[in-house]
Design a binder for this molecule. Structure first.
Ligand SMILES: Nc1ncnc2c1ncn2[C@@H]1O[C@H](COP(=O)(O)OP(=O)(O)OP(=O)(O)O)[C@@H](O)[C@H]1O
Ligand SMILES: [Mg+2]
Length: 332
């Protein structure tokens, strides 16, 4: 099986279900938004959430993708930075439990965390993110030896807050002969780093993942189908995900519209990260483009059926069975 190395913000999700909007108002967090907070605010939010009963789950976009590729059976490794604290240990043991080989450096700042407020009936989510130690990952931290022997290298767009780090990472991955994939992460990340991302995608990236708003931001507001053409003109394979409407995939002259796999959705968090894992796993098996999109959709459909980013064991079993059947039908 081919191997994959990922790099991203090492974050732990701290989830709390809110009885009402009092805490959102106290911390001036508009419902549904994602805000970065400093250490002090981060600590007071965490303290205020604890009495509600909180759940701790390792998260972070690329980290989620890499845990999934490990469950698919790909030798998987992750580079990140944590604090010398309990959340850092939790993040590390979560990754190791899935068989991920970790390169987790430590910083004197506390571990990064994403405090997730889940509001009532429709499970709407509001995020307050303290990046902490994750922000301290610097180009000199990257050891070229970590990249050697890996077939794939996956990077999350959230890291472009440190452009030198991203450039150094893709240079090392390129020198090691990896197939490089990038998830554009968020439309505001794309908007604020447009020239840099165009340069990196054109020069280094083989496979680019964008959702609809990221693809619009990348291409000056083009519709998903047109944005797909622009992205695919820059690299080997482009994917534009359109949520419950599925995804578009393109490589050279080959284009497919991939229907979503049937699901009973409760919470779409993590859909993009798991789609990427399924797509990369299928690509690593040398499967055709359309099947890569379909396998991404199968696994994404499982994560939208659960609250949070972790697929339970019965759903993993079902996904693996559905994927085996798809591959068997292709080979027959
Ligand atoms: N309601 C749904 N039912 C079935 N599949 C879904 C649903 N919502 C999303 N998906 C699948 O998940 C994929 C990725 O979703 P989406 O377009 O939301 O990506 P994203 O915005 O990158 O996600 P994320 O918020 O995790 O970053 C879709 O292409 C689709 O295959
Ligand atoms: Mg995404």
């Amino acid at each position: 099986m081919k191997s994959i190395l990922g790099i991203g913000n090492a974050l732990t999700d701290i989830l709390a279900v809110l009885p009402d909007d009092t805490l959102l108002n106290t911390f001036h967090l508009p419902k549904g938004s994602m805000q970065h907070v400093d250490a002090e605010t981060g600590d007071s939010i965490w303290t205020a959430l604890k009495p509600l009963g909180v759940k701790y789950v390792a998260g972070g976009s690329a980290a989620n993708t890499i845990s999934c590729t490990a469950i698919f059976g790909m030798p998987s490794s992750f580079i990140g930075k944590i604090g010398n604290d309990e959340l850092g240990l939790l993040f590390k043991s979560d990754q190791e439990q899935y068989g991920v080989q970790t390169h987790l450096l430590t910083s004197e700042h506390s571990s990064g965390r994403s405090m997730v407020f889940v509001s009532g009936g429709n499970a709407e989510r509001t995020f307050a993110v303290y990046l902490g130690a994750a922000l301290d990952l610097v180009p000199d931290d990257l050891d070229p030896a970590w990249f050697e022997g890996f077939d794939y290298f996956h990077i999350e767009g959230y890291l472009v807050q440190n452009q030198d780090l991203v450039r150094r990472a893709v240079e090392l991955a390129h020198a090691a002969g990896c197939t490089i994939s990038l998830d554009l992460a968020s439309y505001n990340v794309v908007e604020s780093n447009l020239a840099f991302l165009h340069d990196i995608v054109g020069k280094y990236v083989d496979i680019v993942f964008a959702n609809e708003s990221e693809s619009r931001a990348f291409t000056g507001r083009k519709d998903p189908r047109e944005a797909l053409d622009v992205l695919a003109s820059l690299c080997r394979t482009a994917i534009v995900k359109v949520g419950k409407d599925g995804s578009w995939v393109k490589s050279g002259d080959e284009v497919y519209c991939i229907a979503p796999w049937p699901a009973d959705p409760v919470d779409a968090t993590g859909a993009g990260d798991t789609y990427a894992a399924g797509f990369l796993y299928a690509d690593s098996l040398g499967l055709p483009l359309k099947m890569c999109g379909e396998i991404g959709s199968i696994i994404a459909a499982k994560v939208v059926e659960v609250i949070g980013t972790k697929i339970d064991i019965p759903r993993w079993r079902a996904a693996k069975q559905e994927i085996r059947e798809l591959i068997a039908a292709y080979e027959a």
